[in-house]
Design a binder for this molecule. Structure first.
Ligand code: IDC
Length: 327
């Protein structure tokens, strides 16, 4: 190239780079769910956006972050965002036997920050499971939410899930309600607005029981979990009755396999669930982002990538779930 050509060639490259940058930024902004919906709140039976319009959260949950920390990263979350997700759930198991460790707070922060950079909503999930009664690790839960509400309470993309699935000899009135009142008060010290997701008895299924006496505070929704091959018309009937009594709900975890997180997929029961959730505008978040060899995993077990996923990397449950987001 002659010397004279260098300058126009250089300017041309600058122009191309400039357009590239502008294009990507504009694209990210255009599709950022938080940019679009802003501060969420609860109005009547539904989650609504900053304009008071009913919206459906749709997204994916990590597996336990102690077991699969490698999927807590921006590239991974971005893959699901591109496929249509607006929400990420970070599952922090509360039982030491399931990986609880204060050292994992940093991992949760990485996840919140990555979701925030992508303009996605993020659920910070205190994942009680084998510990059954949320009161068992209440002290740790209060510390956990003190830390995270203190750190992120001013951001509008945060939701707090305070007890994944109460189970065993646990009741709404005696155990979950008093626990929830304490944790809600702790979060509200820092965060007056963001939505708090409250677990319900029997692995977050007894929404009908809670609907009889919900907590009378603002911006609360109640947890409803289903695994479509196990939970069918009976549980759908509970959801209908709770909704009709005015209980706001969120499906912060579900899959279309059975309740073990494994087994056959039941797409026909899954389709009935999707119809119901769409009708009531209830959001739903899929379990789980990992390549563990079980049918609820969204990533194929042979896939070694930890981000940059495309649909071809997804398992049958992953492909089915992602196809629902666009509907
Ligand atoms: C399952 C995981 C599985 C893990 C097990 C125990 O899929 O790999 O070994 O937990 O920690 C829930 C729970 C969720 C379960 C899931 C499937 O919230 O933690 O994950 N499930 O059993 N409720 C109903 C089903």
């Amino acid at each position: 190239m002659s010397r004279k050509c260098w300058i126009p060639a250089f300017l041309f490259v600058c122009l191309l780079l400039g357009f590239g940058w502008w294009g990507t930024t504009a694209q990210v902004k255009a599709v950022s769910p938080v940019k679009k919906w802003g501060q969420l709140s609860v109005s009547g039976t539904n989650i609504v956006n900053q304009d008071g319009k009913k919206v459906q959260l749709k997204g994916v949950s990590t597996h336990g972050i102690a077991w699969f920390p490698q999927y807590v990263n921006k590239s991974c979350f971005q893959s699901f965002k591109k496929m249509g997700a607006n929400t990420i759930r970070l599952a922090f198991y509360s039982d030491p036997n399931a990986g609880y460790s204060k050292d994992l707070y940093g991992k949760v922060e990485e996840g919140v920050d990555a979701a925030t950079e992508l303009g996605m909503y993020v659920i910070i999930d205190w994942h009680i499971l084998s510990d059954g009664n949320p009161k068992k690790y209440q002290k740790q839960a209060l510390k956990f939410f003190d830390h995270f509400a203190g750190k992120y309470g001013k951001q509008k993309n945060i939701l707090y899930e305070i007890c994944n699935e109460p189970n065993g000899n646990v009741t709404w009135e005696k155990d979950i309600r008093p626990y929830a009142n304490k944790v809600i008060a702790k979060i509200r010290k820092y965060d007056k607005k963001n939505i708090i997701i409250v677990g319900t008895p029997t692995w977050s299924q007894d929404v009908d029981v809670v609907a009889k006496n919900p907590i009378k505070k603002k911006n609360l929704v109640y947890t409803l979990h289903f695994y479509a091959a196990t939970h069918k018309d009976d549980l759908r009937a509970k959801v209908k009755s709770a909704y009709e009594s005015g209980l706001p709900m969120l499906v912060s975890e579900f899959s279309i396999c059975d309740a073990s997180g494994n087994g056959n997929l039941d797409k026909s029961s899954g389709a009935k669930w999707m119809k119901l959730l769409k009708q009531y505008k209830i959001g739903y978040v899929a379990w789980n982002v990992s390549n563990k060899a079980e049918s609820s995993s969204l990533i194929q077990s042979g896939c070694q990538k930890t981000g940059g996923f495309t649909k071809s990397n997804l398992t049958p449950s992953g492909k089915w779930i992602v196809s629902q987001w666009k509907k």
